[in-house]
Every structure is written in C-alpha cells, then in structure tokens.
Design a binder for this molecule. Structure first.
Ligand code: NDP
Length: 676
C-alpha cells in the first residue's frame, strides 16, 4: 500500500515529503501509513514570507476584522469536521476524543472570535489598562498600549491534540495580527495538515498568515529574532533543549512552554463515600485516566485522598476502570482507544515501571488485557493502570514521572495541609482539582496550592451538572503552569492575545494619547460638531466631539420631590442635622441619581434620531456634594466608538458634571447604541 504523503505549506506552495522524510504508523495496527518531512524545506523563505507578506497584511486589519476572520475559519472547519474525524481515528482517538480535539479546537476559535469583537477595539492599538496621571495638571499622561509583534509565531505542538493544539495557539496569534508557522508533532501531523488545508482552501486568510511544517523544523529556530515568538507544547526535555537555542537566548525570543505536568486531584475531607462528591471524584478521575488514553497534558496523574478513604477510592476506581472497553477507536462500543504510537506505548510502560518502584500496582496488567477489534500486540494499546503509593512523603518518582498514558497513582493524606503539600510536590502543574462541598476546604487549597498550579478546578454537587471537567482547558481561562509545567501561559482570553504583542508604555499629552489610542482623553481637543451629537449618526460622530450644556440650579423642592417620588428618603437628603453629622456632607444634599437624571435632561436631544438606546453607564464617581442652590452643567464628549454591526455601533461618552465654581461634581461614561 502506498503511503499517504503529508506535505508542508511553505512560502505559498505545498511541498511533498522528500529526503529525510519520516514514516508514520497507524496507532491501531502499527503499520506505516503516512510519510512526512523534507530536508530541503526552505525555512528562511518561510520566515520571510510570514514576516514580509503575512504580517503586514494581518496588521492592516483591525482586531474586529481579524476576529471575523477567525469566526469564518471556525465555520470552514466545522463544515468539514467529518473528514477530520475520519482521519483522526488513526491516532488511536475515539469519537469522544475527537470531540475534545476537533470540536474543542473549533470552539476555542469561536470564543476568541467573540472575545475579539467584544473585548478588543475595532482598531489597531489595544489599550492595556487606564490612563496614568503623571503630572499635576494632566498635560503629561501615560498609557500602556499593545501592538502586534512584527515577526512570526512558530508553534511547536505535541502529538496528542493535532487540531486543538494548533487552534488554541493560532486563534490568539492571528487575532493579535501575527502570522504563524505551525509545526505539529510528526506522529499525528496528518490530521493537522488536513485542518490547515481546510483553512487555506477557504481563502479567508491573507497570504503568509499560516504556514505548516510537516516533519522536522530544520534550523528555523536559529533564525529567529526579537520580533518572533516560539510557543511550545511537549516534553520538558525538548523544551529545555529548544529554549537554550543560542538565537533564542541572544535575541530574547519569547518562548512560551507548556510541558510535563504531574496534575493532581484532591478528594476533600468532607467527601465521604455515599456523598455526591465521592461519586463525582471517582467519575472525574476515571474519565481523566481514560480520555485520549490518558494522553492529556491535564490528565490526573496523582489521586490524593484522605487516608481513611484510600481503600474505598481504590475499590470504586477499580470497579469503574474494569468496565472500560479498550479497542479499535472506530468501534462505537470502544471507550478507550490506543496510544499514538508503539514508541509512546514503550515510553508509557517504562514510566509505569518507574512508578512501580515506589507504588503498588492495584489495577491494570499490560500483559493481560482485552482489546476489541484490533491486535493488542500490533496496535499501541495499554490498559488503564492504577497504582497505590503508601508513603507519598518518602516517594519521589510518583511526583516527577509523567507516564503520558492511562496511568495514575492513589496516595493518602493525613490532613488538608498534607494534601496540599503532596499536590505541590509536583513542582508546578497545569491543574489541580479539589472535590469538596466545603468552601473552607476549597479556600485552604487555593491559598496553599495556588502558587504551584496554573489552574484550580473545584467541583461538587452544586456545579457538577454544568462543570466542564478537570482536564478541559478553556479559552477564557489561562492554560499553563509554573515550574515543571513550563512556566508559560496560553489562552485566558485577551491575555493570550497579548503574548503575541508588545506592551509599550506611551507617555505624552492628552492629545497624543487620544490620537494613538482612538479614545478621547480629558484634556485633548474638544471638537465642536455641526449639530447636537444625538442627531449625528455613528459614522458621522468624531472622537472628541463635545457638547457643553446650559446649567440648571438644584432647589430644595427638587430634592424633596425626587425623594418622595422615588421613595429614596435617605437622611442625607431629608434631615439637615443628621446630614451635618455625616463627615461627607455640609447639610442636606441632592441625590446622586437626581443629578444623573438632571444631567440627562440637560444633554438629551428629545426627537427621534440615531441614538437607539442607552445601554449602560460605567465608572460613575460622585466627587462633590451638591446642595440646594448650587447649579450643575454637563460636558458630553465622544470618547470611543465601537462598531457592532453594519446597522449600529456603541458610542462611549465621557460625561462630567461641574458646579457653578467649575468643580467636578460627578464623572462617568455613558454607553449608547447609535444607528450607523
Ligand atoms: P516532544 O517534546 O518529543 O515533541 C513536542 C514537539 O516538539 C513535537 O512537535 C516535536 O516534533 C518537536 N520537536 C522535538 N524535537 C525538536 C527539535 N529538536 N526541534 C524542533 N522541534 C522539535 O513531545 P511529544 O509530543 O513527542 O511527547 C512526548 C512526551 O511529552 C510525552 O510522553 C509527554 O510526557 C510529554 N507531553 C507533555 C504534554 C504536556 O502538555 N504536559 C503534552 C504532550 C506531551 P516531532 O514530533 O517531529 O519530533
């Protein structure tokens, strides 16, 4: 049978395997079925194509335009996901594993598309945090801004998630405006290749935005500069080797690593057998052990249970694991497929041997287990293997050996401090979970273990129906961990996008900051529009366009009327003596809400027009009380505009209320939806 040729996509051309190509075997049969790699790949041309063609094209687009592109890519992948499923069985993955890898990857892209639209501007500069006041009179200010790196992101991915592993890095990279060169692990690169083909075929991406290396990277890393990023997922050994590359060290190339992790799950002291938490714990642990045949960076490797419950945990896990049907992943009855390769199987068995030096095997014999529909000796099958370590304090290997398969070790703890100490023996992990119904237990775990783990997952009877699972990294939340886990961070919403951008502290006058950030800063020019701003359409309004209203005197009758009309007869508005006793007030004062209502009355243009709705108000501050006899006036300025659809957009107005002495009384941002 001829081997499937897995190509690279370099500088706009598909390059078939050539000299130095590696053979890839099916996880199910162990038979070679594909080949990938070509020593003649021109890596410099790839870097140039990304830097000179892909980067400039992406940077021309706004965050919103790039977000829309992500959504369209996710839709293109969705339309052809059956093809991805069909191919991916060869990696040993079952249909439910595909849902994590393929659907999970596409879902991640959709989330970034939506976050890009909702949380990032329809512009080119991302403002990081608020304006910093650097001078007494506000003529010199500071603002952190993020702009896209001008190089290329090299993504080196692990074999276990050929689709999700690519998309979770690609989505934030493209959203940032940076082109990517994706290098999947060779063992499963054929699935990634198809996903890349689908994305390129869709014609959505500008040329140079996405390239693919199937097989070896050659000397690409030697050619990286300070504008490039390496984002790596795989073994700690490879990460150590790659991050020491002289070009990476000399040029301070960003190196994001997500590597080995001895994740733990703690059964809370309150979660006795018979409680919903105990059953949930058993379910989560066995699911984490067997999903993707345990080849998950977040899988539970260490099961930490109260000493008194260790036997019950082993018994319950054994009962559940023994029901795991192992077999050809294409069979509907199969619950656990194969490891990715026989090389990986040998590695898992060797690591299980090492763990076995400190722990007793209580379930799973790799020399004696059933495999449905495939040859156990030829395919990369192993059974789930459960160990019990009686003395986790003395042991070391159980805390530092990651058997990247369905292998996990139960260990007992004396008290919660001990449980936390055991969890932290992993020297930095991606995720630790605690299954408890006691918030005090959860808090102690977060305080004791937070510094050692990138994510803490808490679950119990209240959240279990909707919880997403210990092992699922979510695009909204950071994925990564300290120490052994690599010290990197990915995803986490917009945080993940910033890994591909440079944060720069920009200092200057309000006018400069306004023009750079496309967001009005107090002190910058106020533009006098041709008409009342509420009569102007979204597209017509300019940043800085300002309305100054007439003033209105607040009377005691107004305060009385408002109090009785709304029912807000709080003493500060109604009782002169009581108000005077309050250190904040000179006597009876106007309600803050009365001032807001008067402000609206002053600035509003009542006729039907382009303002469609008032959608909210942000950052409201009352600075100075207003007494009867004082007068207020309003300044209303277009601060920021965000297009939402082709029909309307959001206008953020800067609103300040001042009194007769020009002292600031209140300040806030008003949000309206305006017709385009
Ligand atoms: P590797 O570290 O061997 O490979 C990871 C990636 O690095 C692959 O794309 C690989 O490509 C690439 N790579 C390897 N050497 C080089 C090099 N010299 N230059 C450039 N790229 C290189 O990890 P695997 O994916 O093979 O998994 C092995 C082990 O890693 C697992 O058994 C597990 O212990 C751990 N792992 C941990 C994960 C985690 O997040 N905790 C995730 C996945 C794996 P190629 O395949 O072509 O060699």
């Amino acid at each position: 049978m001829s081997l499937l040729e897995i190509s690279s996509f370099a500088a706009g051309t598909w390059i078939a395997p050539g000299a130095g190509a590696r053979t890839i075997a099916s996880a199910i049969t162990g038979e070679p079925f594909a080949t990938a790699g070509n020593n003649a790949l021109d890596v410099q041309a790839m870097l140039d194509f990304a830097r000179d063609t892909g980067g400039p094209a992406l940077r021309k687009l706004t965050f919103h335009e790039r977000a829309k592109m992500l959504k369209a890519l996710a839709q293109a992948l969705t339309a052809r996901k059956q093809e991805l499923y069909a191919l991916s069985f060869n990696t040993g993955a079952t249909q439910s594993d595909h849902l994590i890898d393929i659907d999970g990857g596409i879902g991640t892209m959709f989330v970034f598309a939506s976050k890009g639209r909702r949380e990032m501007p329809d512009g080119h500069v991302y403002l990081d945090g608020d304006v910093e006041q650097l001078s007494r009179n506000g003529t010199f200010l500071g603002q952190h801004v993020c702009t896209p790196l001008q190089g290329v992101a090299v993504h080196i991915n692990a074999f276990n998630f050929p689709v999700w592993g690519m998309l979770e890095k690609l989505a934030p990279t493209l959203l940032a405006g940076v082109p990517a060169i994706v290098k999947p692990a060779t063992n499963s690169c054929y699935v990634t290749e198809l996903a890349v083909k689908i994305m390129l075929d869709s014609g959505i991406l500008p040329a140079g935005a996405l390239q693919l290396v199937s097989g070896g990277l050659g000397d690409m890393l030697d050619r990286l500069t300070c504008q490039d990023v390496v984002s790596f997922t795989g073994s700690a050994d490879t990460a150590l080797k790659l991050r020491q590359n002289p070009a990476i060290v000399e040029n301070s190339v960003r190196f994001v690593a997500e590597q080995d992790s001895l994740n733990a799950s703690i059964l809370g002291p309150d979660a006795q057998p018979g409680t919903p938490e105990f059953d949930l714990f058993i379910k989560e642990v066995s699911r984490e052990m067997t999903t993707k045949a345990g080849q998950k960076c977040t899988a539970i490797r260490r099961i930490i249970a109260p000493q008194a419950q260790v036997d019950a945990v082993i018994e319950a896990l054994t009962a559940r694991l023994s029901k795991t049907v192992i077999g050809d992943p294409r069979l509907e009855t199969t619950r656990m497929g194969a490891l990715v390769s026989n090389g990986q199987k040998a590695d898992v068995l060797a690591k299980a041997e090492i763990i076995g030096q400190e722990a007793e095997r209580v379930f799973g014999n790799p020399d004696d287990f059933e495999v449905d529909g495939a040859d156990a000796d030829k395919g990369a099958f192993v059974p789930p293997m459960l160990f019990h370590c009686a003395d986790p304090d003395k042991a070391s290997r159980v805390h530092d050996t990651e058997a990247f398969g369905p292998v996990s070790t139960v260990m007992g703890y004396r008290d919660l401090d001990h449980a936390v100490a055991i969890a932290n023996r992993g020297q930095g992990s991606l995720v630790t979970s605690v299954i408890t119904h006691d918030p005090a237990v959860a808090r102690d775990v977060v305080m004791g273990a937070g510094a050692w783990h990138g994510r803490i997952y808490i679950n119990n009877r209240d959240s279990m129906k909707e919880s997403t699972g210990h092992g699922s990294p979510l695009p909204h939340m950071v994925h990564g961990g300290p120490g052994r886990a690599g010290g990197g961070e990915e995803m986490g919403g917009v945080r993940g996008v910033k890994h591909y951008m440079q944060r720069t502290a920009v200092q200057g006058s309000p006018e400069m900051l306004t023009r750079i950030g496309e967001k009005w800063v107090p002190g910058a020019t106020e533009i006098q529009g041709p008409a009342h701003p509420f009569t102007r359409r979204f597209g017509e309004l300019e940043i800085g366009e300002t309305l100054h209203t007439a003033s209105r005197t607040v009377t005691m009758d107004d305060i009385e009327h408002f109090a009785h009309f709304t029912g807000d007869t709080f003493y500060a508005h109604m009782d002169e003596d009581a108000a005077k006793r309050n250190p904040f007030f000179p006597g009876r004062v106007a309600h803050g809400y009365l001032l807001l209502s008067f402000a609206a009355g002053l600035f509003v243009e009542p006729n039907e027009g382009p303002v469609l709705a008032n959608t909210g108000l942000d950052g409201l501050r009352f600075m100075k009380p207003v007494s009867a006899g004082d007068s207020i006036k309003v300044r209303l300025t277009v601060k920021k505009k965000t297009r939402r659809t082709d029909e309307y957009g959001e206008v953020r107005w800067h609103v300040t209320l001042t009194n007769q002495d020009d002292e600031m009384v209140a300040e806030y941002e008003l949000l309206t939806m305006n017709a385009y």
